[in-house]
Design a protein around this ligand. Structure first.
Ligand SMILES: *[C@@H]1O[C@H](CO)[C@@H](O)[C@H](O)[C@H]1NC(C)=O
Length: 386
C-alpha cells in the first residue's frame, strides 16, 4: 500500500517537470535596477534548454534573440584540449605547492615586470577552454533553474558591440583556478545594457567580473555571490585576489546587493573613467582590500557592510564619496534622488572619501535605491535564491 502511494507521487513530479520543459514557462525574474535599467535580454523569445555544450555555445554566440535556460551543468573542461607551455611563478607566490597561485604568461605578464622581482619560469598545463570566454551576442537572456544552472570551465564575454544581455541565476566555476590568467568568469568590453543578477562565481583563475578598456556603458551587477575561497591564492591565504575589475571608459556600473566574500584584493579595482554606484553590498572576510580606486574612477559607496575587511579602500587616486555622515549624505539628494545611506563596519578598516563634485554625473541616470546596510544580503545573493 505504502509502495503504491510513493510510486504515484514520483510519477506525478516527473510528468510535471516534462510539461514545464515543453511549455517553456521559464522567464527572467524581475527587472534590473540602477544603470542597466531597460535591459531586456532575449525579450519575449521562447525559452529553451540547450542539449549540449556545443548547442549552448551556438545559441549564445548567434545573432538571434534568445532565452536560454540551463537546468543542469554544462562542462566545457576538455572541450578544447589542454595547453602546456612556459608560464611563471610570480613573486606573489610565496607558498609554492602549498596554496599559492602560479601564472600563465598572458600578454607577456610573466616577463614584463608585472610578475615582480624574483619571478621564475615554470611549465604550466591548463584547460584551454577556460582562458577564453564564449562571445555572447546581443539580445540574450541566460537563466538557470533553481541552483542547477552551472557553466564549468568556461566564462562569458560580452564585447565588440554586443549588447542587451541578461545573465541570471547561473553559477560559473572552475576556470583554471590554479593560474593567474586562467580565465575570467564574465568579461565585458565594448557593450551596453548588461545585467548580471543572482549569479555565483567561484574558483576562477583571473577576474570574476572584468570590464575591459572599451566603453561598456550601462551595467548592473546585482544579488551576485563572489566566492573567493580557493586552494590557489595569490596572497597565500585561501582567498582570491582578482575579483572585480572596472577600468572601462565611460562605464556606468551599479553594484547592488552583492555578497563578496573571502577575497583579498581588487573587490573592485576601478579606473578608466568609470562611474560606480556601490550600494547595499556585503563584504565579508577580506584579508586585503575591497576598493582600489585608480585615476579617473568615480565611486559612491553607500549602505554597504564591511565585516572583517582589512582595508575597505586601498588607495584613492580618483573621486570617492563614502557616505561619511548623516549630514554630509544629504548632498546625494540632488543627483542620486535620495539621501545617501551610511556604510556599516565590523572589525574592519576605515573608508574615507568626501568628494562631491562628481555626483552631478548621476543626474538624469537610472540610479538604484539604497536601504539600511545589512549583512542579510548573504541569504539572498547567489544562485537558487530567486
Ligand atoms: C537586438 O534587438 C534590437 C531590438 O529589437 C534590434 O534592433 C537589434 O537589431 C537586435 N540585435 C541583433 C544583433 O539582433
Amino acid at each position: 500500500m505504502k509502495f503504491t502511494i510513493l510510486a504515484l507521487g514520483s510519477a506525478f513530479s516527473v510528468s510535471q517537470a516534462a510539461v514545464l520543459g515543453e511549455r517553456a514557462t521559464y522567464a527572467v525574474v524581475g527587472k534590473p535596477e540602477g544603470f542597466a535599467t531597460g535591459t531586456t535580454g532575449g525579450g519575449s523569445a521562447a525559452c529553451a534548454i540547450p542539449s549540449s555544450v556545443a548547442q549552448l555555445k551556438t545559441w549564445l554566440t548567434d545573432s538571434t534573440a534568445r532565452c536560454i535556460v540551463l537546468d543542469k551543468e554544462y562542462n566545457f573542461k576538455g572541450t578544447e584540449g589542454t595547453t602546456k607551455e612556459t608560464g611563471c611563478r610570480p613573486a606573489s607566490n610565496k607558498c609554492p605547492g602549498a596554496g599559492g597561485q602560479d601564472a600563465i604568461n598572458k600578454a607577456s605578464w610573466c616577463t614584463n615586470g608585472n610578475a615582480g622581482a624574483g619571478v621564475t619560469s615554470i611549465s604550466v598545463t591548463y584547460d584551454t577552454a577556460g582562458v577564453s570566454g564564449i562571445n555572447v551576442g546581443s539580445n540574450k537572456s541566460l537563466i538557470g533553474v533553481g541552483s542547477k544552472g552551472v557553466i564549468r570551465g568556461k566564462g562569458l564575454r560580452i564585447a565588440n558591440g554586443a549588447k542587451n544581455v541578461i545573465i541570471q541565476n547561473i553559477h560559473i566555476t572552475e576556470l583554471n583556478p590554479q593560474y593567474i590568467w586562467g580565465g575570467d568568469a564574465i568579461a565585458v568590453d565594448g557593450t551596453d545594457l548588461v545585467w548580471i543578477d543572482h549569479c555565483k562565481f567561484s574558483l576562477i583563475g583571473r577576474q570574476m567580473f572584468v570590464a575591459g578598456n572599451g566603453a561598456s556603458k550601462r551595467v548592473t551587477l546585482s544579488n551576485n555571490e563572489f566566492d573567493g575561497q580557493t586552494s590557489w591564492s595569490a596572497t597565500c591565504d585561501g582567498r582570491h585576489y582578482w575579483a572585480i575589475y572596472l577600468t572601462g571608459s565611460s562605464d556606468l556600473v551599479t553594484m547592488k546587493n552583492n555578497y563578496i566574500h573571502h577575497t583579498s584584493g581588487r573587490s573592485p579595482k576601478i579606473g578608466g573613467n568609470s562611474l560606480v554606484h556601490a550600494v547595499n553590498n556585503y563584504w565579508w572576510s577580506n584579508t586585503g582590500h575591497a576598493f582600489d580606486n585608480g585615476a579617473g574612477g568615480m565611486v559612491v559607496a553607500e549602505g554597504n557592510v564591511f565585516q572583517n575587511v582589512k582595508t575597505p579602500l586601498l588607495a584613492n587616486a580618483g573621486k570617492f564619496f563614502a557616505a561619511p555622515t548623516t549630514s554630509a549624505n544629504a548632498v546625494c539628494s540632488a543627483n542620486l534622488g535620495h539621501v545617501c545611506v551610511l556604510n556599516a563596519f565590523g572589525s574592519s578598516g576605515t573608508l574615507t572619501g568626501t568628494d562631491t563634485a562628481f555626483l552631478s554625473n548621476f543626474k538624469g541616470k537610472s540610479v538604484a535605491s539604497a536601504s539600511t546596510a545589512s549583512s542579510s544580503i548573504a541569504n539572498v545573493a547567489g544562485v537558487g535564491k530567486i
